[in-house]
Structures are given as C-alpha cells and as structure tokens.
Design a protein around this ligand. Structure first.
Ligand SMILES: [Zn+2]
Length: 335
C-alpha cells in the first residue's frame, strides 16, 4: 500500500469523512451531511445540509426542509469547511445533482464522491464536470458489463417512435418515469421533437419546482379530464396502479428506465414497452469515470458494487466495494 496521505473514511454506518465530520448522503439524520440530490433515498432531516442551490430549492419544496438547515454552495465555488476545501460539481443525474470534491488543506489529499451521476449529456440537466482525486467514491448502479446503453439519439428515436405509433393507432401514449428527473427529461425530449404532452399532478408539481429553481424546462400542462387529441401523458411509475389510469382511453404504456436493458423489463413492469432512458452512468461510462478521475483507490457504493470493483481491479485500479469482503487485505486498512 502507498504511504501517500488519504482522506480518512468510515464506512460502517454510512459514508463518513471523519476529519471533516461530514456524512455523504446518509440515510438517517446526522449533524452535518452532504446531500447530493433531492431523490427521496438521499434525503433525511440532518441538522446541517451541504447542497447545491437547486437541490436546496427542491428540498424545501418537496420535503419542507427548513432554510436555516441548508448550507448552499454554487457549482465550482470552493469553500473552506473546517480545514477542507470543498467544491460541488454538476453530476448530470437530475436537476441540482452534485458531486463533492474535497481537499485536505494540510496534507493535500483529495477525494471525489459522485453520488448518483451520469457522464453523457441530456436535455434537462447540466452535464457532469470533473476533477481528479486520490480517492474516488463512485456509484455502481449499472456496474455489470451487460449494462451498455444505446446512443442518446437512438433512445430518443425509440421514444418518439413509440409516441407516433401509439397515436397513429388511436392509442394514448403513457410515458412512465420518476416525477423528479426522468419526467423532466422526457418532457424536454418531447418538446425538442414538437410532440405535445400533458402531465399528472405529481409530475407537473416537480417540473414547476425545477422551473422555479431556475431550470429552463417547458411549462408543465396539467392533465385534467380527457387527454387532448394527439398528446402523450407523462406520469410516475406508480400511476399504473392509480384509479385515474382506468380513465385513459386505450392507453399504451412505456417505462423509461435504464433497467429496460434487462430483457424481462417489459414483463416485470407490466408495460407495453421499456425504453432505456437512464439518469445513471452505464457500465462503459463507469469505467471511463475511473480513467478521468485517475484515483489511487476507488470505493464502489450502491448497486453492483463488488462486480464493478472487480472489473476495475481487472483494469489495474485499486478498487473495492463499500460492503467489503471482496478484497479483505485492502479493506482492513479502513478501521
Ligand atoms: Zn438519484
């Protein structure tokens, strides 16, 4: 093992930067936490929350988090946090999503925590930008080699063809994606292709919250009674089980998710089509991230952590899963 300085981490009950006393996306309330973005699995009522301005807006709008708990920091701005230089970088995942880059002022050791992210550009979110770091903590949602997404152009064509074909056959295209993030990307794609759409209430609410936070998104027209002729409906996945779903005449449903790469996705979700529009990095982009950041060590979190760590080790990176057990001789260095 190298003797180079490292930022000390605890991994047991969540990711904790010990010397900065800062938790990274902790699930339970902590004194001080970095919250990478406003998806529900990343949010808890911490005493002090470091986040981007758009995430701060969404935390207040969606979860009623009090303003005085929020330490808001712009992307690319560098601030000193108890002897650590902290920079938030766009993560390209959903509106406001950030990565945290941190440098120990004394030792010069650096760390990059990705949170959820993607490398490729999208229509509704600022593209991710990067800094090199000694330690990389990266998500591994699509950490298996079979998760290779088609090009953005091919995915958009799939979506547009689905809508056109449904309408041509007198059906109502129902496009299913999470209310925050995926729904806005679907809306931006449809708007770019001049395809009209309406939204369910939860989608409209999130889109308006993103617009109020300063994002350039098409206004969200709310669906009231009938779906207007020639329009698609954007709805959250749980809409399929909602009583309002039965009000739609001749629905044709598509789930928009990276999991559409699994051959059984259509059946698993009970939809007519599954289209692989994702807000996460696919397997090739996960590997590419390590090349970009050039870390001396990598810790994988969320998803196929052990498999991704093994693939990274096969490419000569020092990498292991947050959960351990995959390379015990390295993991023992982390008390
Ligand atoms: Zn997320």
């Amino acid at each position: 093992m190298s003797d180079a300085p490292e930022i000390r981490l605890s991994l047991g009950t969540g990711l904790h930067l010990r010397d900065a006393d800062l938790w990274l996306d902790p699930r339970s309330p902590r004194p001080r936490a970095f919250v990478s973005h406003a998806h529900a699995d990343h949010v808890a009522r911490h005493q002090q929350i470091l986040c981007s301005p758009v995430t701060a807006h969404l935390l207040q709008a969606r979860y009623r988090i009090a303003r005085d708990r929020l330490s808001i920091q712009e992307f690319h701005e560098c601030r000193n946090w108890e002897g650590f230089l902290c920079t938030l970088l766009p993560a390209g995942h959903i509106a406001g999503s950030a990565m945290l880059h941190i440098v120990d002022e004394n030792s010069g050791a650096s760390l990059l925590y990705t949170g959820d992210y993607k490398l490729r550009s999208s229509r509704s979110v600022e593209r991710a930008s990067w800094k090199t770091a000694d330690t990389l903590i990266m998500e591994s949602t699509f950490g298996l080699p079979r998760y290779v997404l088609p090009t953005a152009t091919a995915i958009e064509s799939q979506l547009c063809d689905f809508v056109k074909e449904s309408l041509a056959e007198g059906q109502t295209p129902v496009l299913l994606g999470y209310s925050l993030g995926k729904a806005q990307e679907i809306a931006a794609i449809l708007a770019a292709h001049d395809m009209p759409f309406v939204n369910t209430a939860s989608v409209a609410q999130m889109t308006e919250a993103c617009r109020a936070a300063g994002l350039a998104l098409p206004a969200a027209t709310l669906w009231h009674d009938a779906i207007p002729q020639g329009h698609a409906l954007i709805a959250p996945p749980q809409f399929l089980r909602h009583k309002d779903f039965s009000r739609i005449s001749r629905p044709r449903t598509a789930m928009l998710t990276g999991w559409a790469l699994n051959p059984s996705a259509r059946f698993r979700y009970g939809v007519d089509a599954a289209i692989p529009l994702s807000d996460h990095a696919d397997f090739p982009d996960l590997l590419r991230t390590a090349e970009i950041v050039q870390p001396r060590r990598i810790i994988t979190v969320h998803g196929s952590t052990r498999e991704l760590a093994a693939s990274l080790r096969a490419r000569n990176f020092v990498a292991w899963s947050h959960f351990g057990n995959d390379q015990l001789e390295l993991f023992s260095d982390f008390p």
